[in-house]
Design a binder for this molecule. Structure first.
Ligand SMILES: [Fe+2]
Length: 659
């Protein structure tokens, strides 16, 4: 290959080639002047009668869509602009000249068809972004491959080889041209349009129309025209491609690379170009390959249908994924049960439904007994396995219509739609027994697990909301825990006569004791007053209007001695029961005397269950039996337990510290 020699031979022959008809040369000569007169150019074109007739026919065709009948080239220039008419005239001159030629392997007819498709597509594409550049893009599209016939005329033998190398279909590819000659039709097109005096807005895009990415130092309209010319070259390929779908794919890829997906729809554009070609081709005495065009339109429809199908599938997939994600968000990752938030949402719906249709609704709150001990003894991984096993067991034992959730930590919650309190209690008892009777075996070790259950029902409480119902079940659960565990307790409203609130005064200089004890007693339905010193206690008792039923006082206070305080309490609130509380023993003689004067003693640290039991026993000495069983509806209770377990009270960490 001798690039320099080939290029020299090409340039030597260009001037002698009949590539450019006389009228085109005269137009270009007029154009070389800075400000060509419209009349002069109109005269040049009008002098070629066949050319002007065909040009007027084109200008008046539906392609231009003018509302006025154009009767002269001068009028056409006024309506369409000087440049548009000039370029159109040049195109007619060029294509007419090529159409008459026959030169070896080069297919002039195909070249002319390609040029028109290039012109139509370049115009349509460019107008999508800048309508003002449409007419310029048309002539650019038309001339983009002008280097091909120039090469075929100047170097017929070599170009014949390039055609053969490119597949032998009458026109060479730019890669094959470069392979044989060392340059391609872009290089030649840029050179000849430059030598014809055409502006850089034409020669530069032609010189880079297959490689717009190499265009450096230019921007704005020139860069846009080059990119659109590149896209139009892909439309040319598609319109003669044996596989239109592959052609569409290449166009879509290019649109994607240029960030134009959504701006241009190649299937619509192909239909538009095909329809225009049907009008324009006969003007140039070119036979349109209707079969090929129909295949392209059909491929466009197929691609659109496929795209629509893909979109439908995509939308369905996204919707399914969204459902999965939404479902996942509401799940506890370890147990795969609903989480706390999902439970609240479902409970809100179920409460609303139960109120609307006047149907019963119950909920269970359940807690694994001694779970901390399980974790401490067997390790947290085993603790997790226990929770998973219990989750599966609870899920299996409940109905499909029930909702079970991991409420937090080792606490579970269940919603039982259309279930009365009695039915819910039976369900809870069935769950409790099942769990108690099936020890969990993990890694060869048997772990006995029990659970406590609190049950609450909507019943006639039509005003109750999620928080209210959960609070009721929670209180029942606390009662189950504090009365020995491994039992089921149901929340009951107090009858009016029994609803009188018991008042308890807690005197302790340790804040944590005051807070812990107060909260516990409040949960059990007592009205709690807490003070941090003996003097504050005395002030409170002197000012108190209500009867104080119970005083829980720390034995050692910084300001008032236990003897004096106990005496004052007896004086101010004679019916009040007094429980002493201390980390010290009452075994010495002096303190034994104090114990005799009080109604009971709580040895710190004590468990909450001990506190609850001692308080109840102190206030209702005849209501509680030795096993902690209480009769339904006893005074001061908002909770009823339905079972007494055989297991002894555990050492739950929820305890009052030593002090
Ligand atoms: Fe090209």
């Amino acid at each position: 290959m001798d690039r320099g020699r080939h290029w020299q031979r090409l340039n030597d022959q260009i001037e002698r080639l009949p590539t450019l008809p006389g009228v085109a040369i005269r137009i270009l000569q007029a154009m070389r002047r800075d400000a060509p007169r419209l009349g002069e150019l109109a005269d040049i074109i009008s002098a070629d009668a066949p050319l002007s007739a065909r040009l007027l026919k084109t200008v008046n065709s539906p392609f231009y869509g003018l509302s006025t009948k154009i009767a002269s080239i001068h009028q056409a220039m006024i309506y369409l602009g000087l440049n548009a008419v000039k370029n159109l005239a040049m195109s007619f001159s060029l294509l007419d000249g090529f159409a008459r030629r026959r030169s070896g392997l080069f297919d002039y007819a195909q070249f002319s068809k390609d040029s028109l498709i290039g012109a139509l597509s370049a115009k349509a594409l460019t107008e999508k972004i800048n309508p003002q550049l449409g007419k310029e893009a048309f002539i650019l599209g038309l001339l983009q491959n002008i280097g091909m016939p120039v090469m075929a005329e100047a170097l017929p033998v070599e170009y014949g080889k390039a055609i053969a190398a490119g597949g032998g279909r009458g026109l060479a590819t730019h890669a094959a041209e470069h392979g044989v000659l060392g340059f391609n039709h872009m290089d030649v097109g840029r050179s000849v349009t430059g030598s014809w005096g055409l502006p850089t807005s034409i020669s530069v895009p032609i010189g880079f129309h297959h490689c717009p990415e190499r265009l450096a130092g230019h921007s704005g309209d020139l860069e846009l025209l080059t990119r659109m010319l590149h896209l139009s070259s892909l439309f040319i390929d598609m319109f003669k491609h044996s596989d239109p779908a592959a052609g569409y794919a290449a166009i879509e890829e290019c649109l994607r690379a240029q960030g134009l997906v959504g701006v241009m729809r190649p299937f619509d554009l192909a239909g538009q170009i095909s329809a225009q070609a049907e009008t324009l081709f006969p003007m140039f005495e070119l036979q349109i390959d209707l079969k090929q065009h129909l295949e392209i339109i059909e491929a466009a429809r197929a691609e659109l249908a496929k795209l629509s199908g893909d979109l439908v599938v995509q939308v369905h997939q996204q919707a399914r994924r969204l459902d999965e994600l939404t479902h996942e968000v509401g799940l506890d990752p370890m147990t795969r049960l609903d989480n706390h938030q999902r439970f609240q949402e479902i409970l809100k719906q179920e409460i609303s439904r139960a109120k609307r249709y006047n149907t019963p609704l119950s909920i269970l709150m359940a807690d694994v007994d001694r779970f901390k001990a399980i974790n401490d003894f067997f390790g947290h991984p085993t603790g997790d396995q226990v929770l998973k096993r219990l989750s599966a067991q609870l899920r299996e034992l409940l109905r499909d219509s029930d909702h079970i959730a991991r409420y937090g930590g080792e606490e579970f919650a269940a919603i039982l739609p259309s279930t009365s309190m009695q039915e819910a209690l039976r369900t809870a008892e069935r769950l409790r027994r099942s769990i108690e009777s099936q020890p969990i075996v993990h890694e060869g070790r048997t772990i006995a697990v029990t659970m406590s259950f609190g049950v609450a029902a909507l019943e006639n409480r039509r005003e109750i909301d999620v928080q209210g119902l959960v609070k009721m079940a929670d209180e029942a659960l606390y009662e189950a825990k504090n009365s020995g565990r491994n039992r089921c307790c149901a929340y009951r409203d107090l009858p009016p006569a029994q609803a009188a609130t018991r008042h308890v005064l807690v005197i302790d200089d340790e804040a944590i004791v005051r807070v812990t004890v107060s909260k516990m007693l409040e949960r059990l339905g007592y009205c709690v007053h807490a003070v941090e010193s003996g003097s504050q206690a005395l002030e409170f008792l002197k000012a108190a209007r209500e009867r104080i039923d119970l005083v829980i006082m720390d034995l050692v206070l910084p300001d008032v001695s236990a003897d004096r305080l106990l005496g004052e309490i007896r004086s101010l609130q004679s019916s009040a029961k007094v429980l002493l509380s201390s980390g010290y023993s009452l075994m010495d003689e002096r303190r034994q005397g104090l114990r005799m004067l009080s109604d009971g003693f709580l040895q710190k640290p004590y468990q909450m269950a001990d506190l609850a039991q001692t308080v109840r026993a102190t206030l209702n000495p005849h209501a509680a039996d030795s096993g902690g069983r209480r009769r339904p509806g006893v005074e001061g209770e908002a909770v009823v337990c339905v079972r007494t377990p055989a297991t002894p009270p555990d050492r739950n960490p929820a305890a009052v510290p030593a002090g």
